[in-house]
Every structure is written in structure tokens, then in C-alpha cells.
Design a protein around this ligand. Structure first.
Ligand code: GDP
Length: 463
């Protein structure tokens, strides 16, 4: 396979020395340019007259002027990484320049003149994968780390990157491989009616694997939620204080919307970042303009549709409201079967003094002066993490992995069924092979060119 990759590399330009700006475009204190490939030391060395970089040991830093001919481009720091002990597995040099777009542009041009070519999106990580520095789930997690908006999503992405997810799957795959080898061996001795593969042990392994896959599948929803944000609908009668609450929440926790993928939509959504979990407040235009949340007397009425779209509903009532009305709302919310928080607002008012007695057990806040807003935020986060088996376990965040896991689950139950029905070894071996195939699809041990290109094209250039 390594040989094939090399041959393919020659044809598709994987053998080139590539260069890209690794820091975001624009003005920054420092701009980082990354060069990777067989000619890295020659190309960068040619622009760095202070010393001969080819003579310097790996993993060292050198300060000096970067020059093209007589022209000084910048004073830079170069970091040297010789393959295979580098991110891509090839020779890599990172050049830290001053962060002016003009200087960076000049340095890039000089490197291109000297024989490097511009990297395609994700090409650095693609090379890391092809050189065995990362497996496929780890490579995809790199993309997720780059795109991670919040602390929580960065944590899950980092966990996958360190190999948590793939370690479990690879372990399972290896154990299955040894079983299938034993079963195939039996087939060679089919006349003799021997059993090398212990069926009981296999059964045990399959049960374990089934448990693991269903836990991973269950984590997908949570992972998705952490990555894409949890949608929250704030509903309640007019004047309950919804827009006041919205503003109070946004003042402290507004997430920078332009950085979040997929938020440029037609509908207006405000995004909150609470403890690293993203919350999307849906239909905030309706709250601000008192349009779509006209609610009949006590019922949840027209906000039903909005509630249907939300992962969590925050129903706000005024502590001056009649007790019976609030109780009826609670019943309706329970009947809906969707996670909700029923919250009494305006505890700072004259009615508020008596509210604790009138609504025992309900969360009471003041949207205006911020009373118990921190409790409300904590409850929102609890709703997300609750029951999702979060812990510090592995969380599946990737749709491709999810799909493959579903197929793994199906093939595991086929193996189990086969064992129950005492299927002959050759049929059992076939089912095991299916399962191995899907496992390999996740960790990248089996894959196709197309799929690789697709995955790596999602990266930003310079990674
Ligand atoms: P919405 O119609 O549900 O969006 O309600 P608003 O946020 O527009 O609030 C209606 C009125 O209640 C406004 O006059 C707010 O100033 C007032 N209000 C909202 N929250 C509080 C609160 O916590 N305490 C008090 N005293 N008044 C509040």
C-alpha cells in the first residue's frame, strides 16, 4: 500500500513541496507559513542566508533574515522538523513572520518562485494521513478542532484526535480479525470437524461490541448537539418578560455569530455560549417584535410550532399570573414530552415577595435585575448533558462515523444470530468480514480515493 501511495503521489503531486499560510488572513502579530515536502530544506534554506539549515538538527529554532536575492523580506523564526518526526511525516519548516499581509504575501511568493507550490485545502493533514501519522478519524477531528467554536466542542474534537474513539474500534477490529483467522483456518480442516475459534468467546466479544456501538451511537446526538448548538425557544404570554430575558442572557453570553458555521440564515437566531455549550435561541425576531408569539389566555397555543423546532423550551410566566394557569401550562408542557424549563419571572416586584409560597419548586427569576439567571443557565446546560452518558467518554460527532456505526451494529447482530443458529464457519466468516469492513471504514484502514479527497477537501488551506 505504501508503494502504491508513492506511485499515486508522483502522479497527483503529493510529491511536491507545498506551502500555505497557516494563520488566518488579515493583520496579526505573527503570521505562520508552513512548508512541507522533500525539497523543504532546500527551498527555505535558499532564502535564509544566515546559516545552512540543512546542517541544523531537527526540532530546533533559528532566527534570521529571510532574503530573496538582495531584498530583505522579513526577520523571521524558522522551526525545523525533519520527517518522519513532523506533522505531515515529511520534512517541514514553519516560518514565523511578522503578520502584515504584505510581508506574508511576499514571503509566499518567494517560496513559490523557489519551487514550492500552493497547498490545496487539507493537504497537510492528507499527507499526515498518507504517511501514517494520523488515522482517518484523527484527521477528521483536526478539521473539527479548527472549526470548533466553543470549549465543549473543542474538548470532544480533541478527544477523538488523541485517538480515543479509534483506539476502541481498532481494538475491536483486531480481536475480530483474530477470530476470523481462526474460523478461516477451520475451513481448511473442514473434513476433520474441528473448532479452533471458541464460539463462546466470540459470543462474548460480540455482546461487548454491541454495547460499545450502541453507546457510541447514542453519543452522536449529544455530540451533534454540542457541535451545532442546542436550539432553545423562549415562549410565554406577552409581557412575561421574554425580550428582557433575551437581552439579559445575550449581554453576558453572546457568542460571536460570524464565527459559527451555518448561522448565516434567513431566520434570526441569537447564539449563546454557556459553559462551552452553544445555545441557539430560535425565532428571536418574534420575541423582539411581538409578532409570532401571541398566545391565547393560558394555553401554549400558537407557539406550538416554535416549540416543535426547539430542543429545549423555556416557558416564561409572570409571578403575578394565577396559579391554576401556570399549573395548566406545566401539564401541557409535560404532555408534549419535550425537555422544558418553566420559569417564573419578575420576582423583584411586589407580587414577587409572595411568589415563593405560591409557586413552590418552580424556578423564579428576575429577567430585569438578573436574579437567579445563573441558575437558569446551569439548568439549560444540565438539560443538554443529562442522560446523554456524557462523562468524559468518547462522543461521535461525525455523520460518516454514525452511518458506519449503524452498519457495524447491523453486522454484529447478524453475527450474533449466526452464532445462535449454529451457522457453519464459512457463513459466520462472511458476516465477520462485513463487520470488519465497516470498522475499517471508520479508522481508514479501508477506504477509497474519492472518500479521502472528499474528507480532506473540507479542511482549510494551511492545515
Ligand atoms: P415580552 O412581551 O414577553 O417580550 O416581555 P418584555 O420583555 O417586553 O417585558 C414586558 C414588561 O415587563 C416590560 O415593561 C419589562 O420592563 C417588564 N419586565 C420584564 N422582566 C421584568 C422583571 O424581571 N422585573 C420587572 N419588574 N419587570 C420586568
Amino acid at each position: 500500500l505504501a508503494y502504491l501511495c508513492k506511485m499515486l503521489g508522483k502522479l497527483t503531486g503529493w510529491d511536491d513541496t507545498i506551502v500555505a499560510l497557516a494563520t488566518p488572513p488579515g493583520i496579526g502579530a505573527i503570521g505562520l507559513i508552513r512548508v512541507s515536502g522533500p525539497k523543504t530544506f532546500g527551498i527555505v534554506g535558499g532564502l535564509f542566508p544566515a546559516k545552512d539549515l540543512r546542517e541544523q538538527p531537527s526540532h530546533t529554532l533559528h532566527v534570521g533574515l529571510l532574503k530573496e536575492g538582495e531584498e530583505t523580506l522579513d526577520e523571521v523564526v524558522v522551526s525545523l522538523f525533519r520527517g518522519p518526526r513532523s506533522y505531515t511525516g515529511e520534512d517541514v519548516i514553519e516560518i514565523s513572520c511578522h503578520g502584515s499581509p504584505y510581508i506574508l504575501e511576499r514571503v509566499m511568493q518567494a517560496l513559490l518562485h523557489a519551487g514550492a507550490r500552493l497547498a490545496r485545502a487539507g493537504e497537510f493533514t492528507q499527507r499526515a494521513f498518507l504517511n501514517g501519522r494520523l488515522d482517518l478519524t484523527q484527521a477528521e477531528a483536526v478539521a473539527d478542532v479548527i472549526a470548533a467554536n466553543t470549549a465543549a466542542s473543542a474538548r470532544t474534537a480533541l478527544h477523538t484526535m488523541r485517538g480515543g474513539f479509534s483506539r476502541e474500534l481498532r481494538d475491536l477490529r483486531e480481536r475480530l480479525i483474530s477470530f476470523s483467522a481462526l474460523i478461516e483456518l477451520e475451513l481448511d480442516f473442514s473434513q476433520e470437524d474441528v473448532e479452533f475459534a471458541d464460539r463462546k468467546q466470540l459470543y462474548h466479544l460480540i455482546s461487548e461490541a454491541e454495547q460499545m456501538t450502541s453507546a457510541l451511537l447514542a453519543s452522536f446526538r449529544l455530540g451533534n448537539v454540542i457541535r451545532n448548538g442546542v436550539s432553545v425557544a423562549i415562549v410565554g404570554k406577552p409581557n412575561a418578560g421574554k425580550s428582557t430575558l433575551l437581552n439579559t442572557l445575550l449581554n453576558e453570553n453572546r457568542a460571536i455569530v460570524s464565527e459559527i458555521a451555518g448561522t448565516t440564515r434567513d431566520t434570526i437566531e441569537e447564539v449563546l455560549n454557556i459553559d462551552g455549550v452553544l445555545f441557539r435561541l430560535i425565532d428571536t425576531a418574534g420575541i423582539r417584535h411581538h409578532t409570532s408569539d401571541v398566545i391565547e389566555q393560558i394555553g401554549v397555543g400558537r407557539s406550538l410550532e416554535k416549540m416543535d423546532q426547539a430542543d429545549i423550551v423555556v416557558y416564561l410566566f409572570d409571578v403575578a399570573d394565577p396559579i391554576a394557569g401556570v399549573a395548566a401550562v406545566r401539564e401541557e408542557l409535560v404532555a408534549k414530552g419535550k425537555p422544558f424549563l418553566l420559569v417564573g419571572n419578575k420576582v423583584d416586584t411586589a407580587e414577587g415577595a409572595a411568589a415563593r409560597g405560591r409557586f413552590p419548586g418552580e424556578l423564579l427569576i428576575s429577567a430585569r435585575d438578573g436574579h437567579s439567571i445563573d441558575v437558569l443557565k446551569q439548568r439549560l446546560v444540565d438539560q443538554v448533558l443529562q442522560g446523554a452518558g456524557a462523562g468524559d467518554g468518547t462522543i461521535v460527532t461525525n455523520a460518516r462515523h454514525y452511518h458506519a456505526l449503524q452498519l457495524i451494529q447491523l453486522s454484529l447482530s447478524a453475527i450474533r444470530k449466526g452464532l445462535d443458529e449454529l451457522l457453519p464457519g464459512d457463513l459466520l466468516a462472511l458476516d465477520i468480514r462485513h463487520c470488519l469492513h465497516y470498522l475499517g471504514e471508520i479508522t481508514g484502514e479501508i477506504t477509497t480515493e474519492d472518500r479521502l479527497d472528499y474528507i480532506f477537501s473540507k479542511f482549510c488551506i494551511g492545515k
